[in-house]
Design a protein around this ligand. Structure first.
Ligand SMILES: NC(=O)C1=CN([C@@H]2O[C@H](COP(=O)(O)OP(=O)(O)OC[C@H]3O[C@@H](n4cnc5c(N)ncnc54)[C@H](O)[C@@H]3O)[C@@H](O)[C@H]2O)[C@@H](O)CC1
Ligand SMILES: [K+]
Length: 216
């Protein structure tokens, strides 16, 4: 069983792993690849994939997934729901999408394209409080896509949920599955937020090994 840590404890594990030589950008690569492998297990006939990305590192994980999927021949559309990414590693991974046929769009209302699966890469552990109008619109889009039959996979946690308190903002994403990274977070087990996660998977992204922890 993976252990459960707060958002601050997770940040500290990432910092220590980075210092030990597992660079942040490699952790993001491992996270995106692990999430894509899980998505393929759940949606084996994946042909069209919509990635809804925010401006932080959760979005960066989504850009890695977009690249890997597009290179496998999946038709990929990436929605920059909050405009251009703000973190260095997310920027790098958005730039790398130019290597692929993935399409990047900026208008939430124009993003739907009949995807088989939607990846919620809007907010991860950095989210607190209530959804603002742009975030709420992106969450509503994911809700409509799920109603239509698309499989919704959340990265780390469903957007609109606060990692430590498990508080669920109005309009938060309902996921079919959530892939979290390295350790689970309190929201995955809190009474109010657990139902929003769907099936929970905790993916190894190399941090335990980098920190010299015994493998379980
Ligand atoms: N730090 C790392 O090296 C790694 C981080 N990873 C991913 O990065 C995520 C954390 O990334 P970040 O800390 O960049 O943040 P997030 O990508 O979780 O959040 C995005 C942004 O939302 C903003 N925000 C907070 N509350 C908001 C609200 N109510 N309305 C609108 N915006 C709001 C935050 O200021 C932040 O800039 C993790 O959940 C995980 O998915 C993974 O890539 C693994 C490695
Ligand atoms: K998310």
């Amino acid at each position: 069983m993976a252990k459960t840590v707060t958002a601050a404890e997770m940040k500290e594990r990432e910092r220590a792993a980075n210092e030990a030589g597992l660079l942040y950008i490699q952790m993001m690569e491992n996270a995106g690849r692990a999430a894509y492998a899980e998505l393929k297990r759940r949606v084996p006939a994946l042909r069209r994939l919509l990635i809804v990305a925010g401006k932080g590192n959760n979005g960066g994980d989504g850009f890695v997934m977009a690249r890997v999927a597009a290179k496998e021949g999946v038709q990929v559309r990436v929605l920059l729901a909050e405009g251009e990414p703000k973190t260095a590693d997310a920027k790098t991974n958005l730039a790398r999408l130019a290597e692929t046929a993935a399409e990047v769009v900026r208008d939430t209302e124009q993003a739907a394209f009949g995807a088989d699966a939607v990846v919620d890469a809007l907010y991860g552990t950095g989210f607190h409080g209530e959804l603002r109008p742009g975030g709420a619109a992106a969450c509503a889009l994911m809700g409509r896509e799920r109603e239509r039959g698309a499989f919704v996979l959340a990265l780390d946690l469903p957007s609109g949920v606060s990692a430590d308190s498990g508080e669920v903002a109005e309009g938060a994403v309902q996921a079919d599955a959530t892939v979290t990274f390295d350790c689970t977070k309190p929201l995955h087990f809190a009474k109010a937020s657990k139902p929003f996660c769907g099936a929970l998977v905790c993916a190894d992204i190399g941090i335990g090994k980098a920190l010299g922890e015994r493998e379980t």
